[in-house]
Design a binder for this molecule. Structure first.
Ligand SMILES: CC(C)(COP(=O)(O)OP(=O)(O)OC[C@H]1O[C@@H](n2cnc3c(N)ncnc32)[C@H](O)[C@@H]1OP(=O)(O)O)[C@@H](O)C(=O)NCCC(=O)NCCS
Length: 218
């Protein structure tokens, strides 16, 4: 009897880093179909003016309680804004250049929100994901779920990430439901662990999705 040995080519650290660097230097455009809307939308790296547009949309008190950070920035504070959307909390997450994407209904228009990979750990192949549909009129229309889905596939398939974490305020039911619908599971609830801009400590939920778990996705 012969034993079939399948050789799995190891992905080298250098290869991963070079592919990460390439991605950082290219304008990436990811397409996503929105079947219910009968249209496509896009995730793309953002020009500075587009980050400024998100800064404008973020001037909304109600977002602070959903995101857990002060969303009010001056128009020129684009770097500070990207830093704020790139904060991470899982013990395995590392300081790394984030990959922020604008969510575009139309390639020539301003984004309606962002989705970001952050805290990438290329040794352990982990990342965290964050999202906000900043333009209120586009919430509850499926864009959040679909934008996450597209970026998750990108992280698993193109970056060879194995685990994606999401850190959500326990009070943000809508977001927790959305991540659950995408097969994320609750790893831990950290009570009174997140310092809110008003000085109070909020409860956080740490959720995770493993690469193997998306085989059930349609
Ligand atoms: C949370 C957010 C990203 C969701 O994106 P969205 O495009 O509005 O949501 P979707 O239309 O894709 O709906 C996603 C899921 O959210 C849940 N959801 C939507 N509205 C809800 C509500 N009012 N109550 C409870 N759950 C709700 C549902 O599970 C829904 O899936 P389903 O309706 O298919 O079962 C978006 O509303 C948002 O940016 N909110 C403000 C910022 C924020 O909370 N960001 C997340 C931080 S972790």
């Amino acid at each position: 009897m012969t034993t079939k040995i399948s050789v799995v080519k190891p992905i080298s650290f250098e290869w991963l880093n070079s592919s990460y660097n390439r991605i950082m230097n290219e304008r990436i455009l990811l397409e996503q179909e929105h079947k219910a809307a009968g249209s496509k939308f896009f995730l793309a790296s953002m020009a500075n003016s587009h980050v400024k547009h998100l800064i404008k949309l973020a001037q909304d008190e109600s977002l602070i309680d959903l995101l857990g950070w002060n969303t009010f920035f001056n128009p020129d504070e684009t770097e500070e804004f990207i830093e704020a959307i790139s904060s991470y909390a899982f013990p395995y997450s590392r300081k790394s250049q984030p990959l922020p994407f604008g969510i575009y209904l139309n390639k020539d228009n301003f984004p309606i929100g962002y989705v970001v990979l952050k805290g990438l750990n290329m040794d352990l192949l982990t990342t965290e994901i964050g999202i906000a549909i900043m333009d209120k009129k586009y919430r509850n229309k499926g864009y959040g779920t679909l934008a996450l889905k597209r970026l998750i596939l990108y992280a698993f398939q193109e970056l060879h990430i194995q685990t994606i974490g999401a850190v959500i305020l326990l009070s943000n039911n809508r977001s927790i439901n959305m991540f659950k619908n995408l097969d994320f599971v609750v790893r831990e609830i950290m009570y009174k662990s997140w310092p809110m801009p008003n000085g109070e400590l909020a409860d956080m939920v740490l959720m995770e999705l493993k690469n193997d778990n998306i085989t059930a996705w349609k």
